[in-house]
Design a protein around this ligand. Structure first.
Ligand code: GTP
Ligand code: MG
Length: 176
């Protein structure tokens, strides 16, 4: 049996999940953030694909595996955040099992490489093999909450992954 924390794509702490959400909402980088952002719904008319978008943060420090699992089972898309300057957070991506194995249905995933302001080289070379391994991963994007780079793009990709998924919605052979 796999432990929940091994099967779920849990992000490493401090990669900038909360900062990304708060930067999207306020259009500026907050110097200080709580462990977990409050749940928020972005109204349809200010989103790129014109659909209301509910954003739920996750904090390893505040939430149990079971709570994470509950949130994941309600999600239409999951953004897995790593930090481009943190090799550990990238290594962690290699280890997770696609969440579809646990849920029995496909949930699109987006790989988000945050803190691009801290590095000069791209992490894409490392990320692409992971992306090609799982059809659930719709896309990957490098961004910076600090520089407000690719923040709106990230949320556009997330909406697009739900509204116009490119992969199959269910792959029975993948479950085995
Ligand atoms: P936990 O909820 O504790 O797991 O962390 P988190 O993933 O929500 O990260 P958080 O938003 O708390 O950010 C962690 C640290 O990284 C803070 O000091 C942020 O200011 C910093 N940070 C977040 N985004 C960026 C970024 O794009 N660039 C840089 N340079 N720092 C960032
Ligand atoms: Mg946080």
């Amino acid at each position: 049996t796999l432990r929940l924390s091994q099967t779920l794509p849990v992000s490493t702490a401090k990669v900038g999940k909360t900062s990304l959400i708060m930067t999207l909402v306020s259009e500026e980088f907050p110097d200080e953030v709580p462990l977990r952002a409050e749940e928020i719904t972005i109204p349809a008319d200010v989103t790129p694909e014109r659909v209301p978008t509910h954003i739920v943060d996750y904090s390893e420090a505040e939430q149990s595996d079971e709570q994470l699992f509950q949130e994941i089972s309600k999600a239409n898309v999951i953004c897995i955040v790593y930090s481009v300057n943190n090799k550990k957070s990238i290594d962690k991506l290699r280890k997770f099992y696609p969440v579809g194995y646990v849920l029995g249905y496909r949930v699109p995933l987006i790989l988000v490489g945050n803190k691009s302001d801290l590095v000069e080289h791209s992490s894409m070379e490392t990320i692409l093999p992971i992306m090609n391994q799982y059809s659930e991963i719709e896309t990957c994007v490098e961004c910076s909450a600090k520089n407000l780079k690719n923040i709106s793009e990230l949320f556009y990709y997330a909406q697009k992954a739900v509204l116009h998924p490119t992969g199959p919605l269910y792959c029975p052979e993948e479950k085995e």
